[in-house]
Design a protein around this ligand. Structure first.
Ligand code: FES
Length: 158
């Protein structure tokens, strides 16, 4: 065996050794990534479900007020008080519009129609619109809790 061929074998061995080391490090890195991913909770952070929407006097009687950020309709009736309806269609989540002319909610996406109390009168929406609890906070503002679903007949008298 010549000195040259021994050097070639050594270089070849070092080349394969380096490749093996790189492959091992890659496998360990990928495995660690998978472990970190497994240990990290897959939670989607939502905006707060309880929030204040201002003072009762901010809302007119009759026509509901739509709050776009919260996607809710705030109804204020002189005799019945406050009620808050979801503006999210129960079909695929589009935002509904309320028409005072027929006192119904209409979804622009696929044509669902809801009565003023949120019940479905035209599909494809599978369920009525939700109504949320509205209370009066200590500071005098209205407080809406989207985690508390109430009957459409629920009212807050202020
Ligand atoms: Fe409202 Fe489809 S999202 S009808």
């Amino acid at each position: 065996m010549t000195r040259e061929s021994t050097g070639m074998k050594r270089r070849s061995f070092l080349g394969w050794g380096t490749a093996g080391l790189v492959a091992l490090c890659s496998a360990v890195g990928i495995s660690l990534g998978a472990v970190v991913r497994f240990l990290t909770p897959s939670v989607f952070y939502e905006p707060p479900q309880t929030f204040k929407i201002g003072n009762p006097g901010d809302y007119p009687f009759g026509q509901p007020t739509f709050l776009a950020d919260e996607k809710i309709f705030v109804f204020r009736d002189r005799d019945k008080g406050f009620a808050v309806a979801s503006g999210v269609c129960t079909h695929l989540g589009c935002t509904v519009a309320y028409f005072q002319s027929d006192q119904r909610f209409h979804c622009p996406c696929h044509g669902s129609v809801f009565n003023a109390d949120g019940t479905v009168i035209h599909s494809p929406a599978p369920r009525p619109l939700e109504w949320f609890e509205v209370t009066l906070a200590r500071d005098g503002q209205l407080n809406v809790d989207k985690d508390k679903i109430v009957l459409p007949t629920y009212r807050l008298m202020v």
